[in-house]
Design a protein around this ligand. Structure first.
Ligand code: ADP
Ligand code: ADP
Length: 237
């Protein structure tokens, strides 16, 4: 469960990107966060895995007070809270499999995976993760030879290999065409439904959010202006 209690985020430039947010997200939910550019969606998601520190309030993930984590505990915590970005964040000039193996070397990903130091168990888990997103046949292809949608699935496989409880996705389909976006959204849906992983996703395509998410949170100027079932979203969120 993810709990926001009166969470505010003020950036050093004085912008208050989140204003006393209160939220409860249960295990296994598929939540889409919608709102205009600059509304605070990205900030909201990035506070959950401590990419950003909150300024006021309290944020808990499975009863862990996220703001109180230090050093190694942050790294351990981030294995349970996977993150997917718009830009995939892959190492282009190497294989898909090695990119997924990065999941097992969080402290020094480039060194370890590029030098090929990993166990057979890790390799099997990485291949399983690729199978889960339907691109096992691309395991030995170079990342830069794949389409955008395939690259996003590699990123998803890398996150799955960490065995996360939660996946945070910051505009995961923003740079993909509509057909590819659908496939990637279906992967998220399957992961959510069959593996029970909680998904919290920023998305600016409202119609896509409505189609795939169970719950929609609308953000405007740092405040929650809508929170409910996808079916009941108001036109002007
Ligand atoms: P969204 O994801 O909805 O587009 P963001 O969370 O990126 O919104 O941004 C919310 C507000 O915070 C915006 O006004 C943005 O300019 C500001 N902001 C975001 N990141 C930073 C930062 N690192 N430093 C200062 N201001 C920021
Ligand atoms: P995205 O839409 O992917 O969140 P943005 O263009 O909003 O991308 O932000 C890109 C990066 O710049 C983010 O790390 C964000 O925190 C930072 N950023 C956004 N707005 C500002 C701002 N007003 N001042 C400083 N940094 C910002």
């Amino acid at each position: 469960m993810i709990v926001f209690k009166q969470v505010s985020k003020v950036y050093p430039n004085g912008i208050e990107a989140l204003k006393a947010i209160n939220l409860h997200i249960e295990d296994g939910e598929f939540v889409a966060v919608i709102g205009l550019s600059g509304a605070g969606k990205s900030t909201l998601i990035r506070c959950i895995n401590r990419m950003h520190d909150i300024t006021r309030g309290e944020l808990y993930v499975d009863e862990i007070n996220v703001g109180a984590l230090k050093g190694k505990a942050i790294r351990r915590f981030r294995r349970k809270v996977g993150m997917i970005f718009q830009s995939f964040n892959l190492v282009n000039r190497t294989t898909v499999l090695k990119n997924v193996l990065v999941a097992f070397a969080p402290d020094n990903p480039f060194w370890r995976t590029l030098t090929g130091v990993y166990t057979q168990t890790q390799k099997r888990q990485a291949l399983e993760a690729l199978d889960q997103v339907g691109i096992l046949d691309k395991a030995y292809a170079r990342v830069d030879q794949l389409s955008g949608g395939q690259q996003q699935r590699v990123a998803l496989a890398r996150t799955l290999a960490q065995e996360p409880d939660i996946i945070l996705a910051d505009e995961p389909i923003a740079s993909l065409d509509p057909v590819t976006s659908k496939r990637v959204m279906k992967d998220f849906t399957r992961i959510n439904q069959t593996m029970g992983i909680t998904i919290l996703m920023n998305i600016h395509h409202v119609e896509v959010a409505l189609e795939y998410a169970d719950r929609i949170i609308g953000i405007r100027a740092g405040e929650v202006v809508f929170d409910g079932k996808a079916a009941t979203v108001d036109e002007d969120v």
